[in-house]
Design a protein around this ligand. Structure first.
Ligand SMILES: Nc1ncnc2c1ncn2[C@@H]1O[C@H](COP(=O)(O)OP(=O)(O)OP(=O)(O)O)[C@@H](O)[C@H]1O
Ligand SMILES: [Mg+2]
Length: 241
């Protein structure tokens, strides 16, 4: 069953076509990778899916219902959570309070929000850091805090925007484990943007490739890895990097 359907979506910023006629589905229970060169339109796709921008053309459907013009907080209530490419914790608050602030979308009770947050902090291996001011956390933990904040909204779908960027190999392995657990233990469906090829090839069931705002390929990691169009547009450069 498709949870999200992106149907012929275009997004124009003035004269710039950030997305042109992009269609794909996100099926329940899958990890779908979204890859492509810098400026390909990946983050814009997230911004359209979670209601930051309305599409210029086309529609986003959630479980068959059009949600293209709903605002991010409404989509969050409907079960669509996201992380940001540039991490945005509430800098002067503790790790715990950052997560609690997100948990309030599901409950008015402080005790319940705290209970949700403690569970999420344990799940993301941040429990020991709960009293630290988030500004002082190293990047790896701030990236995980972004995921924790998204999980505290109890989503059905999570959109991860470059959650592995800037991490060292140990942090990458820890993060892979957490992303896999989000699916297996919590049953959450995942759409993930990532430049890190080892990560995206190993965790995705399927991959959609964007280039200059257009979908140029879609398939299993194996199919994408040997697709000449993808190698030409992106992988050649990423493999060499
Ligand atoms: N709010 C905006 N106003 C104007 N142009 C924008 C806006 N947001 C994105 N763009 C442009 O749209 C294009 C796609 O940007 P986007 O951030 O979606 O790319 P991306 O695939 O996420 O790239 P990266 O891998 O570097 O994160 C770029 O040319 C970008 O400059
Ligand atoms: Mg981006």
């Amino acid at each position: 069953m498709s949870l999200i359907e992106v149907r012929n979506v275009s997004k124009q910023f003035g004269g710039l076509a950030a997305l042109t006629d992009v269609s794909f589905v996100l099926n329940k229970g899958e990890i779908l990778g979204l890859i492509g060169p810098n400026g390909a339109g990946k983050t814009t796709m997230f911004n359209v899916i979670n209601g930051f921008y309305p599409p210029t053309k086309g529609d986003v459907l959630l479980k068959g219902e059009k949600v293209s013009n709903l605002k991010p907080h409404v989509l969050c209530k409907l079960g669509v959570a996201r992380t940001f490419q540039v991490v945005k914790p509430l800098q002067r608050m503790s790790t715990l309070d950052n997560v609690i602030a997100s948990a309030f979308i599901r409950t008015k009770s402080k005790a319940q929000a705290e209970e949700i947050s403690m569970e999420v902090l344990k799940f993301t291996n941040l429990y020991e850091d709960r009293m630290f001011i988030s500004k002082g956390l190293p990047l790896g933990k701030r990236k995980r805090l972004e995921i924790a904040r998204a999980l505290a909204t109890k989503p059905e779908i999570i959109l991860l925007d470059e959650s592995f960027a800037g991490l060292n190999p140990t942090e990458i392995n820890e993060q892979i484990e957490i992303v896999n657990k989000i699916r297996t233990d919590k049953g959450i469906t995942i759409l993930i943007i990532e430049h890190h090829m080892r990560v995206i090839m190993s965790i995705s069931d399927r991959i959609v490739v964007l280039s200059y705002g257009q979908k140029i390929a879609e398939g299993t990691p194996l199919e994408i890895g040997r697709n000449p169009v993808v190698i030409e547009a992106y992988l050649g450069e990423a493999h060499n990097a």
